[in-house]
Design a protein around this ligand. Structure first.
Ligand code: NAD
Length: 281
């Protein structure tokens, strides 16, 4: 068996095109405020990409860049200003924030209607209640969109989510539960991860452990989604899954790069457009 590759690059391009057309038709220009603290290389690249694609779609961005030692008070003051500014539709904090800042506590100050990342406890709570009217975190939302696009039947399937972070693992598990999967969440303390994988029809891995998931872990025909962004022993970008070998046993698989990453940005842009519409229509 050779797995069908779920091409996030192509799907994301199509979503951005549709968003651009929608904004042109409605003649609106949403605005996204992006907050970056520190000089982390990867964060700077992610922010540049978000700005580039936002601009391509017709979303204005405004970057607020701070040094590593920015105070919590400064960021809270900025949130107050952005919350009150009617021209700002979305507020995004590029994570991770410097260690002295409790990111989740800070993000809880953002107006939930402008929380385009879906990390505010209000939006996370709605998702937990099975209510999809809030903002859904971009990465899990993008994963589900990829699965839906392939018409993969999720009902009753054993889904294993590896990783329990607030931004990927937990919301991913909630979305799969809402699709009637039987969901297991594994994490760094889980015993027998290999055994859990062997029973899973769908695996979504978000650990950051390079090429941890091997061919002999995977049930034949399983659907594999790789959220991880890692470097292999040669410094090359890769995911949590040993792509080349797992391709032989999986039915569907996402590559890294070109899988979940572009979908995350596309969903962030979609969330920003939806935030504008909720605030103005
Ligand atoms: P995190 O560090 O907050 O969480 C990692 C999770 O993985 C934890 O719950 C931990 O318990 C679990 N874990 C770690 N090692 C494990 C192991 N050996 N076995 C089982 N579980 C293990 O990270 P995060 O923010 O959730 O991100 C996870 C990965 O996804 C990272 O590589 C990150 O770069 C990537 N990511 C990618 C996108 C994207 O758009 N593609 C978006 C967000 C995060």
């Amino acid at each position: 068996m050779t797995a069908r590759i779920m091409n996030g690059q192509e799907t994301a391009r199509r979503i951005r095109k549709q968003l651009k057309e929608k904004l042109q038709t409605l003649q609106i220009k949403p605005k996204l405020a992006i907050v970056l603290a520190g000089h982390d290389n990867s964060s700077q690249i992610y922010v540049r990409n978000k700005q580039k694609y936002a601009s391509e779609v017709g979303i204005e961005t405004q970057l607020y860049a701070f040094e590593d030692d920015v105070s919590v008070q400064t960021l809270e003051n900025l949130i107050d200003v952005l919350n009150d500014d009617r021209s700002v539709n979305g507020i995004l904090f590029q994570l991770p924030l410097p260690k002295h800042i409790d990111a989740m506590k800070l993000l809880s100050k953002v107006n939930p209607l402008k929380d385009v990342d879906g990390f505010h406890p209000f939006n996370m709570g709605l998702l937990q209640n099975g209510d999809f009217d809030g903002v859904i975190a971009a990465t899990p939302k993008g994963v589900l969109r990829l699965l839906k696009q392939e018409n993969i039947d999720l009902t009753g399937k054993n889904a294993l989510v590896i990783g329990r972070s607030n931004i990927v693992g937990k919301p991913m598990a909630m979305l799969l539960l809402a699709e009637n999967c039987t969901v297991t969440i594994a994490h760094s303390h889980s015993e027998n991860l290999k055994l859990l994988c062997a029973e899973a029809d769908v695996v979504v891995s978000a650990t950051g452990c390079a090429k941890m998931i091997k061919k002999d872990w995977i049930k034949k025909g399983a659907v594999i989604v790789d959220v991880g962004i890692c470097r292999d022993e040669n410094g090359k970008l890769c995911g949590d899954v040993d792509f080349d070998e797992v391709c032989d046993v999986a039915s569907y698989i996402t590559p890294v790069p070109g899988g979940v990453g572009p979908m995350t940005i596309a969903m962030l842009l979609e969330n920003t457009v939806e935030a504008y519409l909720k605030q103005n229509m």
